[in-house]
Design a protein around this ligand. Sequence first.
Ligand SMILES: Nc1ncnc2c1ncn2[C@@H]1O[C@H](COP(=O)(O)OP(=O)(O)OP(=O)(O)O)[C@@H](O)[C@H]1O
Ligand SMILES: [Mg+2]
Length: 511
Amino acid sequence: MSLDNKTAAVEMRNITKRFGPVLANDRVWLDIYRGEILALLGENGSGKTTLMNMLSGIYFPDEGSISIDGKEVVIRSPKDAFDLGIGMIHQHFKLVDVLTAAENIVLGLDGKLDLKAASKKIREICDAYGFEVDPDQKIYDMSVSQKQTVEIVKVLYRGADILILDEPTAVLTPQETDRLFAVLRNMRDAGKAIVIITHKMHEVESLSDRVAILRHGQFIGDMPTRKTNAQEMTNMMVGHAVKLNIDRPEPVNPKKRIEVRDLTVRSIDGILKLDNVSFDAFSGEILGIAGISGCGQKELLEAIAGLQPVEGGSITYIEDDGSREELIGKDPLSIAEMGVSLSFVPEDRLGMGLVGNMDLADNMMLRSFRKGHSLFTDRRTPKELAEAVVQDLEVSTPGISTPVRRLSGGNVQKVLVGREISSAPTVLLTAYAVRGLDINSSYTIYDLINKQKAEGVAVIYVGEDLDVLLELADRILVLCGGKVSGIVPGCGASKRDVGLMMTKLGGKLDE
Ligand SMILES: Nc1ncnc2c1ncn2[C@@H]1O[C@H](COP(=O)(O)OP(=O)(O)OP(=O)(O)O)[C@@H](O)[C@H]1O
Ligand SMILES: [Mg+2]
């Protein structure tokens, strides 16, 4: 697509933004066009959210200018941004739970409130782009993906034709992502300008027309997506060549560590979540769990960690000397003390038990207590631990005494996940470890997990990215509707077969 002869919808020129000592954006130039999907890329903390927050009126630049359709503008508030047709869907939704979709959508608008007319207009917007929203449904009854849809309809309702989405897929299943992308393509084809921030390279490649890359707050370059590839984009983001493959060393001396038999779990409302699940997990091995969202992976990890009431079956922990101990019925603290560590990154990453006003070291201590790990077993202080993890994972922060609310989303998570993964004594249960992490940090996490494997830890890894599962896991257990539909070796399994097993019990490959 050649856009050189078109006036940009948005021109950002020499935009600089400082937060105290942190130079979040450093003389950034960026053009955004109508009829185009632009992917804004960069490592955690590279300044993507900050730059877009200046377009949506949340921050005001220290220096530089912004023009819309060739005319210089001043954006001092989200209302100014709306009036200019700019709408942003933030990573952390700003909806009022007890209100309905329609009420949230019209909230804060001037004029008389006519909910009936509003519902009609909402239905029209939904029909035009292929959304499904029930205007009368309360927000607290909605899934994350439905809430996100309400946010998008909200900005469209206000007439936005420049849409910014900050990591919209971090919280979506692959199926929901496909649906969102179809809608975004419709909007692009209808002439809207779309900016999407994402860390997932396959999404960049399948969705965007152009990519723009930030590094340490500076604009590094832009190009048509079809003229580049994941390796080149990553190298530009990081500033040096990055290895984009995952090692899979042979398990050394694997021993059965966890034996799960006929595990059955029901949710509090009586729904069968795990149905007679049986498998073994070995020390020095990574067992990947594949399955569509909600197929029981969460319940499985939580049952092993003692956080989930179990209806039937057994979960046995086997010591090095062969002695066996039943985990069902034990409290989470005793299970953690046996060396079983759970790290689960929720959809809402701020819900990870963080206190925004506390610094990294204090948050780390909080986490340790919450998990029931005694600090006295690890002679390093939380401060030393925080420092070690900041260094290993290249966390960008002025120091460990910076309050976490000042860190970019991904950087906070790097520290917590990094800490948990590197401290797993014998069994590491990990789910969605790389949610929201940039590609370079994701590979660092895979390396950390492999290190634990090499040290003899039994790893059970739940992940959304099938390509990664197929590269990292020694064996893959596929869950479908709470049942095991198969266990396949990671090496040699095909993505298509595993995908089919995720949706069809038994994995029979009918065409
Ligand atoms: N309100 C704030 N106060 C202080 N520092 C901030 C604030 N907001 C952002 N920063 C800092 O500015 C830098 C850029 O942060 P930003 O959130 O824009 O990064 P990002 O590219 O969106 O990262 P991620 O991919 O992790 O979301 C980071 O070093 C961050 O710590
Ligand atoms: Mg961000």
